[in-house]
Design a protein. Structure first.
Length: 568
C-alpha cells in the first residue's frame, strides 16, 4: 500500500539561481529526489526525512514512511532519529571548541586525560583519535568476541573504557595508518567530560546545541529515557518482515546523537557560515589530517573529504542498529543535505551523495559500480596473478580474478593493467604489482612465479599479500583445533568443537558459529567478518588462534593445554 509523498519546498529566487539549470528545472530536481526514496514511500514501511539547505534557506523537505509501524504513526519534519556515525563530527566539534578555549591541545597525549589506557610506547594524541589514526581496536568487535555483540547487552561508557584499558596491543603504530574505529570517538567523549567538568550532554548543549538552536538534539546517554517524537528503528528479516532494531546501549561519542533534519541542517550551515566557533573552528573541522609520514588522508574532524562532479564534498554517513543517516555539503555552493532514516534496509552511504547530486543537478555518482575491465578471461594481463592471497596485516583473504583489461580483488575493486606490468586501481590511488619468486622486476609468466602481491598505497606505505592455496581439511584434521581458547583482553572464552563434519565456535552456551576453511590453519566465520588463523608450536601442536577483522587485527586467544579431540 503506497501513498503520495509529503514535501515542502521554498522555491525562492536564491534557490532557483543556485540550483536550477535550463536542462533540469527545479520540479525535475524534486522528482529525482523523491524517486530515490520510493521504496519507503509507504504507510507499511519505516522511512526517512530528507532536507536540502541552500545558503541558509531550506528549499526542499521530503517526508516518507512511518516513525512507528506498531502504532501506525507517520514521520514528520520534526521526527527524531539517531544519526549513527554522523554523530562523530559533533563530538569532534566539542573537542575543537575546547582546544580553541585553551583547555586542551589536540596534540595532547590521550593518557594525560585518560590514564587508565595502556602506554603503548608511541603516544596516541587526541588528533590521532579524531582522524582514526590511533590504532585502537574497535570496542564493538571486542565485545562481540565474548558472544555479546552490541545490541545484545546495555553497554555503558565505563564498560567500553574498561575493555579498552585491557588491550595489550594496537592495530598499528599511532599516526602510521588510517583505520576507522569507533573506540576513537568513545575516548574523545570521555576526554570532553574530564576537561570540561560537565557531562557530555551538558557541554554539547552549552557549546553547540543551544547556540545553534538545535532544540530537538541530544545524546543517547540513557537509552531508557523517553524521547518525544522519536522514530523507532526497524530492519527487515530475510523473509521480508520488519522487526524492531534499536540501539539499547549507553555508549556515545562515536554515535548516539538524537536529532532531526532541521537541527542537522542548522549544524551544517554553521560550517559554511560559522556562528559557533568562528572561522578558525570551521577551518580546523574541515582540514584533512595527514599521517606522520606526511601522506595525505581524506578524513578531517569526523568528516570525510571527497569530491562530487569535480567539486569538493564534505560528508559522513551513519548506521546504528536500524537507523541510517547521511549529512553532507558542497561548500563551493553553500549547499547542504541531511538524510535521517529508521529503515535498516537503506544504504545512506550511497543515497546521500545521490541526494545532494540531485539537488545540485550533477550526474548521480555510483561509488559501487562494477569494475569495467571486459570479460573474465584465462589469459588476460592478470592471468598469472589470479588466485587466493592472505593479507600480512590482517590475515584476511582476497580473491584475484583476471579480466581482459586487468584484474579484480574480491570482485568489487578493479585494477587496470599498465604497460610496465603493474595494475592501477580505479580511483588511481593504489598500484598493484606482483613480487616474483626470483626477486627480479619483470612481468611474471605463470602463477608459480608469484609468491605474493604488493599494493602500494603511497611511497611510504604498501601491503603485502601472500599467495595461499584453498584448503579442505578432513574431520581428523579438524580435531587438532578443538579445545578451549581464552582472551583476557576481550574477556572471552571460546569452545572449539567438531560437530558433524564442521569446526564450530561456541562463544557462549547456545550460540554457535560454523567456521569455514579458507587456507591451511585458517577459517572464516560467515556473518561475522572474522578470520581465524590458528598457531602451532615447533612440534606442530595448536596453541592459539589469532582473530582478525577490519577494525580489530590479530587479537590472540590462547588455547587451554587440555586434551584435544572434543567431538560432538
Amino acid at each position: 500500500m503506497s501513498r503520495t509523498h509529503r514535501c515542502t519546498a521554498v522555491p525562492i529566487l536564491l534557490a532557483l539561481l543556485t540550483l536550477a539549470t535550463p536542462a533540469r528545472p527545479l520540479h525535475a530536481q524534486r522528482a529525482r529526489l523523491h524517486a530515490l526514496f520510493r521504496a519507503v514511500d509507504s504507510v507499511t514501511t519505516p522511512g526517512c526525512v530528507v532536507g536540502i539547505d541552500s545558503a541558509g534557506t531550506r528549499w526542499f523537505t521530503g517526508i516518507y514512511g512511518q516513525q512507528d509501524l506498531e502504532r501506525s504513526l507517520p514521520i514528520d519534519t520534526n521526527t527524531v532519529f539517531e544519526a549513527g556515525s554522523v554523530s562523530k563530527q559533533l563530538t569532534a566539534a566539542a573537542v575543537v571548541l575546547l582546544s580553541l578555549e585553551g583547555r586542551l591541545s589536540i596534540d595532547d597525549n590521550i593518557r594525560k586525560w585518560v590514564p587508565e589506557l595502556p602506554d603503548y610506547g608511541d603516544p596516541i594524541t587526541i588528533r590521532h583519535l579524531l582522524a582514526h589514526q590511533s590504532g585502537l581496536r574497535d570496542y564493538g568487535n571486542l565485545f562481540e568476541l565474548s558472544g555479546w555483540p552490541r545490541g545484545t547487552r546495555a553497554y555503558s561508557m565505563a564498560d567500553a573504557l574498561t575493555l579498552l584499558s585491557q588491550q595489550r596491543a594496537l592495530n598499528f603504530r599511532p599516526g602510521r595508518e588510517y583505520s576507522y574505529s569507533n573506540s576513537n570517538y568513545v575516548v574523545a567523549a570521555i576526554i570532553i567530560e574530564r576537561v570540561s567538568g560537565l557531562s557530555f550532554q551538558q557541554y554539547s548543549e552549552r557549546a553547540i546545541f543551544a547556540p545553534l538552536g538545535m532544540r530537538h538534539t541530544r545524546w543517547r546517554t540513557d537509552y531508557t529515557a523517553v524521547i518525544a517524537h522519536r522514530a523507532i528503528a526497524f530492519t527487515p528479516t530475510d523473509s521480508g518482515f520488519w522487526h524492531l532494531d534499536m540501539p539499547f546501549e549507553n555508549v556515545v561519542g562515536h554515535g548516539g546523537l538524537l536529532t532531526t533534519v532541521p537541527d542537522l541542517l542548522r549544524w551544517l550551515r554553521n560550517l559554511d557560515a560559522p556562528t559557533v566557533g568562528g572561522a578558525r573552528f570551521a577551518q580546523v573541522m574541515q582540514q584533512a589530517v595527514p599521517l606522520r609520514t606526511g601522506r595525505a588522508t581524506a578524513y578531517a574532524m569526523g568528516l570525510e573529504i571527497n569530491t562530487l562532479g569535480g567539486e569538493p564534498m564534505i560528508s559522513h554517513a551513519g548506521a546504528t542498529a536500524g537507523y541510517r543517516a547521511w549529512a553532507g555539503r558542497l561548500p563551493e555552493r553553500a549547499l547542504s543535505a541531511a538524510v535521517l532514516c529508521n529503515a535498516g534496509s537503506l544504504n545512506t552511504e550511497a543515497l546521500g551523495p545521490q541526494v545532494i547530486s540531485a539537488a545540485a543537478s550533477l550526474p548521480a555518482p555510483d561509488y559501487f559500480a562494477e569494475p569495467q575491465l571486459g570479460a573474465a578471461v584465462p589469459d588476460g594481463p592478470g592471468a598469472a596473478l589470479a588466485g587466493l592471497y592472505r593479507s600480512e596485516r590482517t590475515n584476511q583473504t582476497v580473491r584475484v580474478r583476471a579480466y581482459e583489461r586487468g584484474l579484480t580483488l574480491n570482485s568489487w575493486t578493479g585494477y587496470t593493467a599498465e604497460n610496465d606490468g603493474s595494475f592501477r586501481s580505479d580511483d588511481g590511488v593504489r598500484v598493484l604489482r606482483a613480487v616474483v619468486a626470483d626477486g627480479l622486476r619483470r612481468i611474471p609468466s605463470s602463477a608459480s612465479d608469484i609468491p605474493r602481491l604488493r599494493i602500494r598505497i603511497a611511497a611510504d606505505d604498501s601491503i603485502d599479500y601472500v599467495r595461499v592455496e584453498s584448503w579442505s581439511p578432513v574431520v581428523s584434521t579438524l580435531r587438532a583445533f578443538t579445545g578451549t581458547y581464552r582472551s583476557s583482553e576481550a574477556g572471552a572464552e571460546w569452545h572449539v568443537l567438531v560437530v558433524d563434519d564442521s569446526l564450530v565456535i561456541e562463544r557462549r552456551p547456545g550460540q554457535r558459529d560454523v567456521a569455514q576453511p579458507i587456507y591451511r590453519d585458517a577459517f572464516s566465520v560467515p556473518g561475522t567478518g572474522w578470520t581465524l588463523r590458528f598457531r602451532r608450536d615447533t612440534r606442530g601442536r595448536v596453541t592459539a588462534v589469532d582473530v582478525g577483522i577490519t577494525r580489530m587485527r590479530r587479537l590472540t586467544m590462547r588455547r587451554d593445554p587440555s586434551p584435544q579431540g572434543m567431538t560432538r
